[in-house]
Design a protein around this ligand. Structure first.
Ligand SMILES: C=CC1=C(C)c2cc3[nH]c(cc4nc(cc5[nH]c(cc1n2)c(C)c5CCC(=O)O)C(CCC(=O)O)=C4C)c(C)c3C=C
Ligand code: FE2
Ligand code: FE2
Length: 325
């Protein structure tokens, strides 16, 4: 590649949330500490929150959550936490489609650290860095926090993608994954779109996340040709005592089984790749809840490292770079 090719001097980071280095209580505590001390994630004043987190929440939560991670940890050299393994494999697929650039994965919290990687790019004199937060919907708690991390490394030309919640290629890829899964496993009576939740307070203050979840779910349902009463949007993974977005996925599933719906497909288009929240909370935990009520929950995996996902992300990168020049 010559230096006149804008792609050849560009590094692309696929950035995800982060995960513990191992499915053990100390590793989970290290990860949760960094994550939950981010003021974008928990807004309680540090002087109150830090001792509560350190003395009460981490000692109680870390061993419980470590066992959950152990249930979904992927084996082998290319394994590890599903979030990291799938993001790494996806980055490889995107790299194969964009041979002129460097494409790598990075994490907002934990390893491989985004801030450390950005510092290395600056030291190497990389002219342009494209940061792609792997969150289809924008939220202050996720996307803006990635922007905070980018701002920690000055004197580097960085562009950060905002969101892709209505990108036609992404909508089509998610819809096609649902269609293919239902063709192979049977079409459930109802399709639940389960997104990671958020405190209602943040939405009230202007966080566009819920609006983007709604618009994206509607677009996917439309692409699937679903009637309005054949699908539901809900929010999972509530944390803490505050009021979060509603309806909660567990309640939405209960309402469905209570009214006699027996087969329920669940898709999670707020997650670019499968992780603890989809594999343990939904595919194991909520599937058990539905089974106890006499029904069947069929979980439709995230796009993960599929060729279709790599195509979507590579196209997004090309468009962002074209818009940058
Ligand atoms: C106040 C707490 C939290 C907010 C706000 C929040 C927003 C948020 N999170 C994601 C995506 C992911 N979250 C994941 C795990 C996770 N999330 C929280 C808390 C909040 N999330 C916790 C405490 C955890 C860790 C697990 C646990 O202790 O229960 C993950 C999975 C990470 C993994 O390792 O697999 C993802 C992905 C989004 C998209 C979002 C706001 C829109
Ligand atoms: Fe979360
Ligand atoms: Fe959870």
């Amino acid at each position: 590649m010559t230096s006149s090719d804008p792609a050849s001097d560009t590094t692309v980071f696929l950035v995800n949330l982060g995960t513990p280095d191992a499915p053990t209580a100390p590793a989970v505590a290290r990860f949760l500490r960094e994550f939950l001390l981010d003021p974008r994630v928990v807004a309680i004043p540090r002087l109150l929150w830090q001792p509560l987190l350190q003395r009460v929440i981490l000692p109680r939560r870390s061993p419980v959550v470590a066992e959950k991670y152990a249930q979904v940890w992927l084996p082998g050299e290319d394994g590890g936490s599903p979030l990291t393994a799938y993001t790494r494999r996806l980055a490889r697929g995107v790299q194969a489609r964009l041979p002129g650039m460097k494409v790598v994965e990075a994490m907002r919290y934990g390893n491989p650290s985004l801030v450390t990687a950005l510092q290395a790019e600056r030291a190497a004199g990389t002219p342009r860095v494209l940061v792609l937060p792997m969150y289809p919907q924008y939220s202050t708690t996720t996307t803006l926090s990635v922007e905070d991390a980018v701002a920690q490394v000055p004197d580097l030309a960085v562009r950060t993608v905002r969101d892709y919640h209505l990108d036609p290629q992404w909508v089509a890829a998610v819809a096609e994954s649902a269609r293919a899964h239902r063709a192979a496993n049977g079409v459930g009576e109802h399709l639940v779109f389960s997104f990671h939740g958020l405190p209602q307070r943040l939405v009230d203050r202007g966080d566009p996340y819920a609006r983007q979840c709604e618009a994206g779910a509607r677009a996917i349902a439309h692409a699937l040709g679903l009637a309005d009463d054949a699908w539901t949007l809900s929010y999972q993974s509530r944390f803490g005592k505050e009021k979060w977005l509603e309806p909660a996925t567990d309640k939405a599933l209960k309402a469905l089984t209570d009214r006699g719906v027996r087969t329920i497909d669940v898709i999670a288009p707020g997650f670019s790749v499968d992780c603890l929240e989809t594999l343990e909370e939904v595919a194991i935990g909520l599937a058990e809840q539905v089974a106890h009520a006499g029904g069947t929950l069929r979980y439709i995996p995230c796009l993960n490292d599929s060729p279709a996902h790599a195509d979507v992300i590579a196209a997004l990168v090309r468009r962002e770079l074209a818009a940058w020049t």
